[in-house]
Every structure is written in structure tokens, then in C-alpha cells.
Design a protein around this ligand. Structure first.
Ligand SMILES: NC(=O)C1=CN([C@@H]2O[C@H](COP(=O)(O)OP(=O)(O)OC[C@H]3O[C@@H](n4cnc5c(N)ncnc54)[C@H](O)[C@@H]3O)[C@@H](O)[C@H]2O)C=CC1
Ligand SMILES: N[C@@H](CC=O)C(=O)O
Length: 353
């Protein structure tokens, strides 16, 4: 039986949800997907590192009391030896799910680079490496014959990138516009019900939607990274965050929300990128009071939506969960399935089939 051994870098909400899925549904997934999943390494800032070549007891790890580290476990240390684990683990797939750093993407960029250089495929939900070093990391992956996959970096588990790249292949995409942040959309919805921004952010944190520093959600830098990814991946641009004008929802007051409702409008944080007349791509993030007839106006809670403007189909809109631990763990699983398919295709070529 084909098997993938996995190293988890960062063991927070999303990585734990993947570990729970493997623990609870591992046999069913093996049967359905035709390959087995086994976690052989975990490293986390708060827990330290754990390497067990014949498979970690996920149930034991998931039940560890708060404050305990891996130090007491066979193969464990209290310090997170990320680089050592990434380079020396027997895993063939590295899952990068540490905090997103919107400034320079570190240390996640280094984690991904180390994994790809040592011949391991990578799946990440971390927007930093994709938005800020995607070109370099894709090149290193190609040079090493491995896959760099990041479906969850945009709209969580909802398959936006793979849908656009594979299923919409052959269409020219001229513009992308969407609600790309679950936390800010949830917060705006709660503010419509009379809650303060601060209380709504606290709820979004408890529900696992928000970034470790929710300023990234509220001030738009999370959407800025996602717009860079969409523009570069789907419009062939070469944008950096400096090219994407950004305003967040902190400027939207309770009075603005009441007034918009009276005018039949809803405030949304909209990210967009479009081909301009000069042949380049213009991109931005801003709060907009949308008329209720706009397809994006009806998108509520942590749900996101992305509209693609295409030459042959007109506008195609995809909507689904934009945040959430389990939903984002599905993105990792879908990447693992894609990595398995890429490996199977390479093996078929190697044996001349
Ligand atoms: N939660 C969500 O809905 C979504 C999250 N993401 C992204 O996925 C990633 C993970 O998200 P969550 O699990 O929700 O975050 P989290 O904050 O629950 O977990 C992150 C984990 O990474 C660990 N960590 C941070 N820096 C580290 C380092 N240098 N070395 C080792 N461990 C480190 C932390 O201790 C923490 O356990 C983030 O980059 C986030 O932006 C993407 C889409 C949706
Ligand atoms: N904090 C982000 C998580 C997904 O990227 C969000 O709320 O959308």
C-alpha cells in the first residue's frame, strides 16, 4: 500500500484538525484514496519537537494537557528544532502551518525552502511564503522534483486556486474580485447585529477564524497577501504587497453600518485585481458598501466568495468557507491528494507507461 509520511510544522488549530482527521478517519481515507497517511514528526513553538519514524501516537499527542511539552516523550525535545526536523525527518510531505508573517513571511519561507531543498513536497496554509516568495519556492520545488501546494492560502478549504488553474484552464481570466477574509466578514455581520468590533473579533478568535494577530484581518493585510497570490497565480502578474493598496474595516463605524442598511447596502471588505489598459494588473483591498443586489453582498459570516471575470464564461463565482480549523485542514488534505497524484504521474513516466 502506498503511504505518505507527514511532518507537521506548527501544531495549532489547523494542523491539529488535520491530525484529528487522520486519527479518526485514517482507515476510511486509506480505503477511499488508495494511500495511507502517517504523521512521523511534529514541531511547534510551544510544544517542542517530536520525531518517531514508525508513526506518532496522534491520540496521545492530541490529548496532551496544556503546558506539557514533547520533552518527556521518546524522540521528543522541549525546543522546536524546526530546521533539524524538516531536513532530517523521514517524512516525504511537510505541512507548514505556523503563523502567517505578512512582512517577510519568515520563518515559514525558510521552513518551506528547507523542505523543498531536502526533496520533500510541501503543503501550506500559510500565506506568507506563497505571497512573498512564491516564485522562488516554486522554482526550488521544480528543481527538486517535488510539489509545493497551497490551496488553503486563499479561501481556506474552498477550492479556488485549483479550480481556477485546472478547471478554468483555457479561459482568459481578466479580473478577480472577492470577499477573502472570514474574520472581517464575520465581524461586519456581528456589527450589523449591534455588537462592537472588539467583541466580534474576540468571537472570531474563539471560533478559530482569526490570525494570531487579528490586526492582519481587520486592517486588510491578510487580504492583501491573498490578492497578491491571486494576481500572480491567475493573472500572471508579479505583484508584491507594496503594489496592492490596502484599507481595512477598522474605519467602518457602527453609524456607517446603520446608514448603509438604511440605503439597502452592506459593508464588505473587498479584495480585487484586474488587468488594466496599460497591460499591467491593478490590485487593492478596501471596505465597500455594496448594494444588496451585488452577489458579494449576500455572503455572510466566515463564508468567502471569489468572482472570476473570464472571456468565454463571463463571471464565475465560487463561494464557501473562508476560515475555520477543520475547513482549512481540508485544504491540506486536498493538497496531499494532489501531491500523491503528481508523484503517481512521475512514477508512471519513470517506468515508461
Ligand atoms: N485558521 C484558519 O481559518 C486559517 C488559517 N490559515 C493559516 O494557517 C496557518 C495556521 O493557522 P492556525 O492553525 O489557525 O493558527 P494557530 O495560531 O492556531 O497555530 C499556529 C501554530 O504554529 C505554531 N508556531 C508559530 N510559529 C512557529 C515557529 N516558528 N515554529 C514552530 N511552531 C510555530 C504556534 O505555536 C501555533 O501552535 C496560519 O498561517 C494561518 O494564517 C489559512 C487559512 C485559514
Ligand atoms: N484569518 C483568516 C484565515 C484564513 O486565511 C480569515 O479570517 O480569513
Amino acid at each position: 500500500m502506498n503511504r505518505h509520511d507527514i511532518a507537521l510544522i506548527g501544531f495549532g488549530g489547523v494542523a491539529r484538525a488535520l491530525a484529528e482527521t487522520i486519527r479518526d478517519r485514517g482507515e476510511e481515507l486509506t480505503h477511499e484514496l488508495g494511500f495511507e497517511l502517517r504523521v512521523v514528526a511534529i514541531t511547534d513553538l510551544r510544544l517542542g519537537s517530536l520525531m518517531v519514524a514508525d508513526g506518532i501516537d496522534l491520540d496521545a499527542v492530541l490529548r496532551m494537557p496544556a503546558g506539557e511539552t514533547f520533552a518527556g516523550k521518546h524522540g521528543g525535545t522541549a525546543a522546536p528544532q524546526n530546521d533539524y526536523v524538516i531536513r532530517n525527518t523521514t517524512a516525504d510531505i511537510v505541512v507548514e502551518a505556523t503563523f502567517t508573517n505578512p512582512i517577510d513571511g519568515e520563518p515559514a519561507v525558510s521552513h518551506v525552502r528547507a523542505a523543498l531543498e531536502s526533496g520533500k513536497s510541501v503543503t501550506t496554509t500559510n500565506k506568507g511564503p506563497v505571497a512573498l516568495a512564491g516564485t522562488e519556492l516554486n522554482r526550488i520545488a521544480a528543481e527538486n522534483g517535488v510539489t509545493f501546494a497551497y490551496e488553503g492560502a486563499v479561501v481556506s478549504g474552498t477550492p479556488v486556486l485549483r479550480l481556477a488553474e485546472k478547471t478554468l484552464a483555457g479561459l482568459q481570466i481578466n479580473a478577480v474580485r472577492g470577499i477573502l477574509n472570514g474574520t472581517s466578514n464575520y465581524v461586519l455581520g456581528q456589527m450589523e447585529l449591534g455588537m462592537t468590533l472588539e467583541d466580534a473579533v474576540a468571537e472570531a478568535q474563539a471560533l478559530g477564524y482569526a490570525e494570531a494577530d487579528p490586526t492582519a484581518d481587520i486592517e486588510g493585510s491578510d487580504v492583501q497577501l491573498k490578492v497578491v497570490i491571486l494576481a500572480n497565480e491567475l493573472l500572471g502578474a508579479n505583484l508584491t504587497t507594496a503594489d496592492v493598496q490596502r484599507r481595512g474595516i477598522s474605519e467602518v463605524t457602527a453609524a456607517d453600518i446603520v446608514q448603509a442598511a438604511a440605503e439597502g447596502k452592506r459593508w464588505k471588505l473587498v479584495g480585487s485585481a484586474f488587468r488594466n489598459a496599460a497591460g499591467g494588473v491593478t490590485a487593492g483591498v478596501e471596505p465597500v458598501a455594496l448594494p444588496v443586489g451585488d452577489p458579494l453582498a449576500g455572503v455572510s459570516g466566515p463564508t468567502n466568495a471569489v468572482s472570476f471575470d473570464t472571456d468565454m464564461l463571463g463571471t464565475v463565482t465560487v463561494s464557501g468557507p473562508g476560515a475555520g480549523r477543520v475547513e482549512t485542514a481540508f485544504a491540506l488534505l486536498s493538497d496531499i491528494i494532489a501531491i500523491n497524484a503528481a508523484r503517481a504521474a512521475d512514477e508512471a513516466v519513470a517506468v515508461g507507461r
